[in-house]
Design a binder for this molecule. Structure first.
Ligand code: F6P
Length: 361
């Protein structure tokens, strides 16, 4: 029987399990077996895997029990890893050996930009067909409007900021809330727009330490001035802005010493944002990615990623919202997203500023 392998890699993201479930269901419906590689690229190197389908009466392929119930869950039932070993050719050779021994028609890699780069290496060096599914809360993967996990993470951040805003307004306080995103300001930016934050600190807008402190202090001063008389000041700070949140809070407080009874607090949301059951949208996209990824492998495609993309770039699939892109192109656009040179970033910042008047600092 023909089979497909699947792995999840890098930082886990809500929606990864929904994607595994979709891949397995679609594959089983095409009479394929599915093997799950454990713990990302580590499992490929160490040769650890488990079946995700089984054969029942009449030889019909069906998902194993935990796959059937995994769809809503955050995290990944296959386990994940950051895998520095995969950067070394000797370990990639081991991975190739294990992958060939599985004798599958191809591998589906579900993960972030590092994982998609790994998929590119496999496709080129090992001559085994590979299709990528973008999954990372950071939303820093090129050519897909959203990666899996982004919507769930944003719902969590927005809820947390709403809660913080309740208590902030009650006491007339300023809060600096730090959100994950590595080098990408997307989560901070999108959450700032949704919560009508007063300002957002983005790694894509490079400011010096002193400029950042001055700008945040000025924003809080203005917000609590008798003119504005706000009861809450909310500043969302992306993790990628290289100033620790507690240090920023201390510096800002020192600058605003002349304001009576001013309180500035910091909250780092951290890994809280990465967990939790996946949202409706993440589950929906996961299903569509899973379907088109299996279809791509069955059509003999390799070194491509499925992306949620409504432009006419890339190649169409059976789903009008999902297109196929060569991974080399994805990695190019990913780089532009990360260094801020992509038009996509400029457009996002402009929209955020014009909708909510959020200052990007
Ligand atoms: O890439 C997802 C992410 O959550 C980033 O936002 C964050 O910088 C990083 O992973 C944290 O990684 P780890 O859980 O390995 O510390």
């Amino acid at each position: 029987m023909a089979s497909v392998a699947v792995l999840t890699s890098g930082g886990d993201a809500p929606g990864m399990n929904a994607a595994i479930q979709a891949v397995v269901r679609v594959a089983a419906s095409r009479d394929l077996d599915v093997v799950g590689i454990l713990d990302g690229y580590d499992g490929l190197i160490d040769g650890t895997s488990r079946p995700l389908t089984r054969r029942i009466g009449g030889g019909v392929s069906v998902p194993v029990a935990d796959v059937d119930s995994a769809g809503p869950l955050g995290g990944t039932i296959l386990g994940s890893s950051r895998c520095p070993r995969f950067h070394k050719a000797e370990f990639r050779a081991k991975a190739a050996e294990h992958l060939r021994a599985l004798d599958c028609i191809g591998l589906i890699v579900i993960g972030g930009n590092g994982s998609i780069a790994g998929a590119h290496a496999i496709a080129n060096e090992m001559e085994i067909p590979v299709v990528g599914i973008p999954a990372s809360i950071d939303n820093d993967i090129g050519l897909t409007r959203e990666a899996l996990g982004v919507d769930t993470a944003l719902n969590t951040i927005v809820e947390a900021c709403d809660r913080i805003s309740d208590t902030a307004r009650s006491h007339r306080r300023a809060f600096i809330v730090e959100v994950m995103g590595r080098d990408s300001g997307y989560l901070a930016m999108a959450a700032a727009a949704a919560t009508a934050a007063d300002a957002v600190l983005l790694p894509e807008v490079s400011k010096s330490f002193d400029e950042t402190v001055d700008a945040v202090a000025e924003c809080i001063r203005h917000s609590f001035s008798s003119e504005r008389h706000k009861r809450r000041t909310l500043v969302i700070k992306a993790e990628g802005v290289g100033i620790p949140t507690h240090m920023l809070v201390d510096e800002v407080v020192a600058q605003l010493e002349d304001i009576d009874n001013l309180e500035v607090r910091g909250t780092v949301l951290g890994h809280l944002v990465r967990g939790g059951n996946s949202s409706f949208r993440d589950r929906l996209i996961a299903g569509r990615f899973g379907l088109t990824a299996i279809e791509a492998l069955l059509a003999g495609r390799t070194d491509v990623m499925v992306g949620w993309n409504l432009t006419d770039t890339g190649e169409p699939t059976s789903d009008s919202f999902i297109r196929l892109f060569p991974i080399a192109l994805v990695l190019e656009e990913t780089q532009a997203l990360i260094d801020g040179s992509s038009d996509v970033i400029r457009g996002r910042v402009e929209r955020m500023e014009s909708i909510q008047g959020v200052l990007s600092l």
